[in-house]
Design a protein around this ligand. Structure first.
Ligand code: FAD
Length: 717
């Protein structure tokens, strides 16, 4: 497919129900020329329809969540994991703390509501708001694991509060407890339902022994319960707030017209600024006000999609006409549900099955995304093309590196430098330049983007490039930036460059280096690289100083290559991907300082732990024994390895190094290419424990993974 230049930025704020559906449709039929960005604090957006079922124990956590990372990969959107705190409609900039502002041409807001009650004393410390749904679900799962003689309180006697009260009771009974659950409301409960439905719900609450406290305003939430205004103390170890909708506070910092704190939107879902749309619970439909319910958020999706495409391509918009009423399907703790529409009420197990089918069908839309596949080969093609293309998309980051053998074969044919002020230390991380009495190291690195977000990619590429300098025990000094941006308009080039340069100077500045120049060009895909010099105040730490008996310390878990390969194929859990990216972003300046007494050091990157260990052993004239159990790995990496997932460079890495001993999925991870991986250091045995302790205190997930040996072999046990 032709990659059209980007000329407009569309930013979707929040991964709520409407945006999830918009992204799915966008992935199937994108508007050429538009770069899409999604911003959400979480990698997973919980689906409200299944939340009570999850609380009751009918669904697993994964079944409840829309994986925003997978969905964004499908839609070729960049994901920003963060919470928007402000929008400037004049400058057309969105603020997410901790990163440069994000520019937009069109933007939509779908951030839902919150059940946080900051003005209720004790709420922030002692209660769990029902919304946002994701954090609520996580805290509930934790409570279930540790609950003993549980007593609970739900503040807010709306439909959601009543559903939660019954679901909690059902789950805890299933866990062998006799819970006491209190449903508390400042006035009457379940007022949004008709008389018949309310009466059935009250019966259902009674059958679960839920204590309903009406006309009972809450004065304070305390550590062991709820204090009512009339002085009663309601014991509770898990107090949740489901008392209606509250808009997020930051809405008022946007300058947009609000209605009771919600974004006021017209029939086209446009706010007071025509470039900004708002949907779902966070919007007030001024033309036809409706209650806050997921069903409206879902139905707004096709209209929002059409209208976003329309504003980005200069076409006419169309109105959203909300339905007058909607079918309420309310779960009743066990696998039973109550249905109400137009005053008709039914309940029972069959309705649960129906609700379950509807909810699963909704979620299946996100589970069955057809991910990027290799282009079909033309009928006539050169022999060898199929093998070179492979059967999976090419990895980004270090997974896209040229294999170790191809590289070393070519480098071996090059003439050795005859300059006596420049030293190429065979296979080492950086070259050494001697200037007067001063020793300077120099290294270059660039990465094919493994995520669409230039800011995150810059951070990873900078940490990755600095790794060579840190591995030599040097102090980063100066850097040049080498960029290839995907084809885009002048304006988008400027936006993207600004984002990249702000982050590059942040990361390099923090490491002590100044940016002194660079080179940019346009090309097929985002590639970010740095050439960095470092100053050595002592002799550089090379790979050749290791001695038999030295302990081997690794400062980061391995597995980033396989996780990102799985992410590209749409089979990685988004939460795990975000964690892996965080590990890649972790700088190694402090680790390098702590390891300054290392005999030999290298950074673990494209050739995997095995390849870089092999390099260290060859240069040091040793072998190594590795305790496989001690090697830290990222969550789920081993499972992916067991399922046969591999990064593009895996096979070349594996064929380049012979390892004896243990085999299996974890052992295979030693060949997994790492992007911005950890430092691997050989340290004196008497120093090892203290160094490890210092690394752990400094926040590194480090481990002693083995030792160097006399015999020139690498053995795994
Ligand atoms: C227990 C419970 C059960 C419910 N059951 C039903 C039901 O069965 N049927 C029904 O129709 N409705 C139900 N609702 C209501 C339903 O949850 C909402 O109407 C629905 O989720 C609204 O969807 P949304 O798209 O507006 O936002 P949400 O689904 O709430 O999504 C908002 C997203 O925005 C993100 N976000 C928040 N702040 C920011 C920020 N600052 N920057 C970026 N992103 C941000 C969040 O992480 C989240 O992913 C229920 C509610 C509760 C509490």
């Amino acid at each position: 497919m032709i990659q059209f230049p980007f000329v407009k930025d569309l930013v979707l704020i929040g991964g709520g129900h409407t945006h999830a559906l918009v992204l799915r449709s966008w992935g199937m039929d994108p508007l050429p020329g538009v770069r899409v960005t999604v911003i959400d604090p979480s990698a997973r957006a919980a689906y409200s329809g299944m939340l009570p079922g999850f609380v009751a124990g009918h669904y697993e956590r994964d079944e409840l969540d829309i994986d925003l990372i997978k969905l964004s990969r499908f839609a070729k959107a960049r994901v920003i994991t963060g919470a928007v705190s402000a929008i400037d409609p004049v400058a057309k900039l969105i603020t997410v703390p901790g990163r440069p502002p994000i520019a937009y041409d069109a933007c939509a807001i779908d951030v839902g509501i919150t059940s946080i009650m900051p003005t209720l004393p004790g709420f922030m410390d002692n209660a769990v708001p029902a919304k946002p749904l994701g954090p609520f679900a996580s805290k509930w799962a934790l409570f279930r694991e540790t609950a003993m003689a549980p007593e609970l309180a739900v503040i807010g006697g709306g439909v959601a509060g009543a559903e939660l009260a019954m679901a909690m009771t059902h789950a805890l009974r299933g866990d062998g407890h006799q819970p006491k659950v209190h449903l508390i409301d400042r006035s009457k409960v379940l007022t949004a339902l008709g008389k018949k439905a309310r009466s059935k719900m009250m019966d259902a609450l009674e059958s679960y022994n839920v204590t309903v406290l009406e006309d009972a305003p809450v004065a304070e939430i305390v550590a062991d319960g709820v204090m009512l205004a009339d002085g009663r103390h309601i014991p509770s170890q898990f107090t949740t707030g489901a008392a209606g909708a509250k808009p997020h506070d930051w809405h008022s910092d946007t300058g947009l017209t609000l209605h009771e704190g919600y974004f006021n939107v017209d029939a086209n879902l446009q706010t007071s600024d025509p470039a900004i749309f708002a949907v779902g619970d966070c919007a007030h439909l001024s033309a036809a006000p409706r209650p806050k319910a997921g069903v409206y958020a879902v139905r707004q999706a096709p209209v929002l999609l059409d209208n976003l495409r329309a504003v980005l391509s200069g076409k006419a918009l169309r109105p959203y006409v909300p339905q007058k009423d909607y079918l309420k399907l309310i779960s009743l703790g066990a696998k039973s549900a109550l249905a109400e529409k137009w005053g008709t009420v039914q309940s029972g197990a069959l309705l649960w099955k129906w609700k379950d089918r509807i909810d699963r069908a909704f979620m299946d839309q996100f589970a069955e995304l057809k991910m990027m596949s290799q282009p079909a080969l033309p009928k006539d093609h050169a022999s060898g093309l199929k093998e070179a293309l492979g059967d999976k998309p090419m990895c980004g980051g270090c997974g896209a590196k040229v294999g170790p053998k191809a590289l070393s074969d070519v480098l071996a044919t090059l003439p050795v430098s005859t300059r006596n002020d420049v030293q190429q230390i065979a296979g080492d991380d950086a070259g050494l330049i001697t200037l007067g009495g001063m020793k300077q190291v120099i290294s270059t690195d660039h990465l094919r983007a493994l995520v669409e977000d230039p800011v995150l990619m810059t951070r990873i590429a900078a940490v990755h490039a600095l790794g060579d300098i840190w591995a030599m025990g040097a102090e980063p000094q100066a850097a040049t930036v080498n960029l290839i941006l995907p084809k885009m308009s002048d304006e988008l080039q400027q936006r993207t460059l600004a984002e990249i340069m702000i982050v590059a100077s942040d990361v390099l500045g923090e490491a002590g280096a100044s940016i002194v120049g660079g080179h940019t060009s346009l090309g097929e895909e985002l590639t970010i690289g740095f050439t960095i010099t470092g100053l050595c105040h002592a002799n550089p730490i090379t790979r050749s100083g290791g001695k038999a008996g030295d302990q081997l310390i690794l400062t980061k878990p391995i597995g980033s290559g396989i996780i990102m390969a799985a992410e590209m194929q749409g089979i990685a859990n988004g939460g795990i991907v975000v964690e892996a990216l965080k590990v890649m972003c972790q700088g190694q300046a402090e680790a390098s300082r702590i390891l300054s007494r290392a005999h030999a050091m290298t950074d673990v990157t494209g050739f995997g732990l095995a390849g870089h260990l092999n390099g260290l052993c060859e240069s040091s004239g040793t072998g190594a024994k590795i305790n496989l159990a001690a090697v830290p790995v990222l969550d789920l990496a081993e499972g992916l390895s067991a399922n046969g997932v591999q990064s593009t460079l895996f096979a070349a890495n594996k064929s380049a190094v012979a390892i004896e001993g243990a085999t299996g999925p974890k052992a295979e991870l030693l060949f997994d290419p790492q992007t911005a991986g950890g430092l691997l250091a050989a340290v004196a045995p008497e120093d090892a424990e203290q160094i490890l302790a210092d690394l752990l205190v400094a926040g590194y997930d480090a481990a002693i993974i083995g030792a160097l040996t006399e015999t020139a072999k690498i053995k795994l046990h």
